[in-house]
Design a protein around this ligand. Structure first.
Ligand SMILES: *Cc1c(COP(=O)(O)O)cnc(C)c1O
Length: 397
């Protein structure tokens, strides 16, 4: 079938929840993607911060094939070896104590909301606890995750949300403080905001929240679904500051493409929140997903992915700063490591479409920001290739 026909078929069958780019992707190799007509694209999206190891990593693919031949799914009523190993690796790498595996980011967020409410409930038996979330945040599309997502436009048609959520501003501690009361059970934020505009949380802000939470026994929850798994050059972005949350979420690059997420907590929260019967999942933590997670951690270590991401991130930052200097339409660059945005003075859809024509895949964050979340194995040469194409697109607009 021709690409155009595939797209026509898709538009007849799939629910129209996305305005998709007019391309059918078929295979990938390293940081390049190919459509069904063989056109090659340099990929700076990696499935939205998912495919950290690049496409077609032999060792990763072989590990999955091997697991498929053993067993794909069991159920959480039984133990399985890949889940035991994946939990151990996650614990060690994050310094957290307890892991619950999910199938997606949003489900991990649902989990921390439930755990936070249960933690507070066990303290005072009340059911009116509040959670403070951030404006411009993004935590997912399910009802709980949407309720803490700070974008009224995403929420409006689906009201009422789950109750008792208050919104503060990222990096404005006074706005957090103004929302705290005796009902507050948790503060949730992304360590680096992704969809909301590539805003990193500042160290001072995180420290103040940590202190506030310690003083009042409020749970500090960091959503590391996009900024985690090495994207900022640290396995989890909060590790840069040595500020440990009480709970955190991870997904996207966790299993590098096999749907998997997790929420993690300290022993204190683990002992005083969700108990047998309180939470569950059919698929979460299944052997296939966990074999993928295990192999991702192995490869990160063996191939020094974090060190590489740190270096490549610094190079990307410089390259984007140079573009911002050169082109008036760019207001500023913002982000951390290999999670960057070029904030423009106008909508960027046209620039992204032009890049696509020229064989470069980019994505937006909001209407005015071009987002860069490539595979963590991206090289300086790839970054040069990307800026070369983007420079052409910006000159021709
Ligand atoms: C993508 C994302 C989510 C939602 O993850 P899904 O797997 O799409 O449910 C939640 N939080 C953040 C910060 C994300 O970037």
């Amino acid at each position: 079938m021709q690409m155009k026909e595939y797209i026509e078929e898709a538009e007849k069958a799939l629910l129209h929840t996305y305005n998709r780019y007019q391309v059918v992707l078929e295979k990938g190799e390293g940081v390049y993607l190919y459509d069904t007509e063989g056109k090659k694209y340099l990929d700076f999206v990696s499935g939205i911060a998912v495919f950290a190891l690049g496409y077609g990593n032999r060792e990763y693919n072989d590990a999955l094939k091997e697991q498929i031949d053993k067993i794909i799914h069991t159920s959480n009523y039984y133990y399985n070896v890949p889940a035991i190993e994946a939990a151990k690796k996650l614990k060690e790498a994050s310094g957290m104590d307890r892991v619950f595996f999910t199938n997606s980011g949003a489900e991990a967020v649902e989990g921390v909301i439930k755990a936070a409410r249960k933690y507070a409930y066990l303290k005072d038996g009340k059911t009116d606890h509040e959670i403070i979330a951030m404006n411009h945040s993004f935590h997912g599309r399910t009802m709980g995750a949407l309720s803490v997502t700070g974008n009224p436009h995403y929420r409006e048609a689906f009201e009422p949300m789950i109750g008792n959520i208050r919104f503060a501003d990222l990096n404005d501690f006074d706005s957090v403080l103004a929302n705290v009361n005796e009902k507050t059970c948790a503060v949730i934020l992304e360590t680096v905001q992704g969809e909301g505009g590539l805003y990193p949380a500042e160290e001072d802000f995180l420290r103040k929240i940590r202190k506030l939470c310690d003083e009042r026994d409020i749970l500090m929850i960091l959503d590391e679904i996009q900024c985690g798994m090495g994207r900022t050059g640290y396995l989890y972005a909060w590790q840069k500051f040595g500020i440990k949350p009480d709970m955190m979420t991870t997904a996207k690059a966790l299993a590098c493409g096999v749907p998997a997420g997790a929420f993690l907590m300290t022993e204190k929260v683990g002992q005083n929140s969700l108990k047998a019967g309180d939470h569950g999942t059919t698929y979460g933590g299944n052997p296939l997903a966990c074999a993928a997670i295990c192999k991702v951690f192995d490869i990160y270590e063996k191939e020094h992915i974090l060190e590489h991401a740190r270096e490549a991130g610094a190079y990307l930052e410089e390259a984007l700063d140079a573009l911002a200097e050169e082109f008036d339409v760019i207001e500023t660059r913002r982000g951390a490591g290999l999670m960057q945005g070029l904030v423009c003075k106008e909508p960027v859809a046209g620039i992204i479409a032009k890049a696509m024509e020229k064989g470069l895949i980019l994505i937006n964050a909001g209407s005015n920001i071009i987002r860069f979340v490539p595979a963590l194995i991206i090289s300086k040469e790839h970054i040069d290739e990307m800026t070369g194409i983007l420079r052409e697109c910006l000159s021709e607009r």
